[in-house]
Design a protein around this ligand. Structure first.
Ligand code: CTP
Length: 403
């Protein structure tokens, strides 16, 4: 799975840095092309000469030398994966906060490929809330943790904090590429026409003001791209957001208000096989839209609001045998109870429960943590990238036998 893959290995200054030689050798033996970045501190533990000899490529440690500038952007774009191993507590902190004082961090900030980090430190450093917060922050960016292992540490203490064994690190990468390859060859939604609503809605108050919400549409766009990659024809009805997609197989239908989104969805539903209602639809809109900008007065301003139509409930009601409707429930309290009620009230096949209170989940993040709820079971998932979450949702959709 690693043959032909382009891997950057970032090495930071830990006693475990000597194991980076084994990682490079393992990657090269598996047929990967490897370029190594080292922090200055790493060079105290292992020489650049060792790693350049094993990787058969020059080793970079600074964004510039006396004669030239090292193009970290190019390197970030070159790679299929960026592995940072060992990642010390300092390096984790710098990555988590974008402190760009080495080529290792500069490439991290420029990389578009998946990033894996394998920490190594003493047990108390590993347990410290500062480290925990930095690890969680990196995971919330969608980076993959290769967890520490337990055992004897350089300090003489025993516990969690050892760098994962090189063969476990290599296996982790190989598994990732195997799963990614599986996903691309998977065409289990071929022949399906999937309608997806995503993003916020804007409800006009006057010619310059509107009521909206913080949804960015990231989750719905990830679902649309993942469904198209799995063979579906997708119509993405997208509320006002700066994000969009140009992926083949996805038709984007831009809308602004809940009523526009409703009209487009209802219109397309008879031709669709599945609907995934991911949009944060405003439940209310101002009863009237002022024709001119509302001027301020001395007292309070009260705006009368009326209910918007419920897209999910409407599609659920009009479901033909074989059509499936999936809803989302963003809940801050009583999540399961509310999700179950929505599942029944809106005749949904299953519902995706998430909470804006979970760190790394909800509006604007690249990651999400969901629980799938249907009439018979409740399935929680870990915090993952929105694309991986999309695939979990689509796995359930593809699995559900047509009633
Ligand atoms: N939904 C919809 N149309 C609406 C409101 C909600 O299609 N007018 C969909 C959402 O896209 C989501 C599901 O219904 O899939 C649940 O949305 P949510 O806002 O959580 O639920 P509501 O029914 O609006 O209930 P409440 O706001 O009281 O939690």
């Amino acid at each position: 799975m690693l043959a032909g893959k382009k891997i950057i290995l970032g090495v930071s200054g830990s006693i475990a840095a000597y194991k980076s030689a084994l990682i490079v050798r393992g990657l090269v033996r598996a047929g990967a092309e490897v370029k190594v970045l080292m922090t200055q501190a790493a060079a105290d533990f292992i020489t650049p000469l060792t790693l350049s000899t094993l990787s058969r490529n020059p080793v970079t440690s600074s964004v510039h030398t006396d004669e030239s500038w090292n193009n970290h952007v190019e390197l970030g774009l070159w790679a299929d994966a960026y592995l940072i191993a060992p990642a010390t507590a300092t390096t984790l902190a710098k990555l988590a906060h974008g402190i760009c004082d080495s080529a290792l961090v500069a490439v991290y900030l420029s990389a578009r490929c998946p990033v894996f980090f394998a920490p190594a430190m003493d047990v108390d450093m590993w347990r410290h809330p500062a480290t925990r917060t930095n690890v969680e922050r990196l995971q919330s960016f969608g980076n993959h943790l290769i967890d520490v292992e337990e055992g004897e540490l350089a300090s003489g203490l025993t516990g969690a904090g050892r760098l994962a064994e090189p063969e476990h690190i290599l296996q982790h990468l190989a598994d990732y590429f195997a799963e990614a390859a599986n996903r691309t060859s998977l065409q289990d939604l071929a022949g399906r026409r999937v309608l997806i609503t995503a993003g916020p809605t804007h409800e006009d108050l006057d010619p310059v003001r509107y009521l909206g919400n913080r949804s960015t549409g990231k989750m719905g766009i990830a679902l649309a791209e993942a469904a198209a990659a799995r063979g579906a024809r997708v119509e993405l009805i997208l509320g006002p957001t700066s994000l969009t997609t140009t992926q083949a197989g996805v038709t984007v239908v831009p809308v602004r208000s809940a009523r526009e989104m409703y009209a487009e969805a209802v219109d397309r539903w008879p031709e669709s096989t599945d609907a995934i209602l991911c949009a944060a639809v405003a439940d209310y809109r101002p009863a009237t839209v002022a024709p001119e900008k509302i001027k301020k007065g001395d007292g309070e301003l009260t705006v009368a609001m009326v209910r918007n139509p419920d897209i999910a409930a409407e599609l659920g009601r009009g479901k033909r045998p074989g059509q499936r409707v999936v809803g989302f429930a963003l809940e801050t309290e009583n999540g399961l109870e509310n999700a179950r009620r929505k599942l029944i009230d809106k005749s949904l096949d299953f519902i995706v429960l998430n909470s804006p209170r979970t760190p790394g989940a909800g509006f604007g993040h690249d990651t999400n943590q969901i629980t799938l709820v249907d009439r018979n079971k409740v399935t929680p998932f870990e915090l993952k990238t929105k694309r991986a979450v999309a695939d979990d949702i689509l796995d359930r959709l593809a699995d559900n036998p047509t009633p």
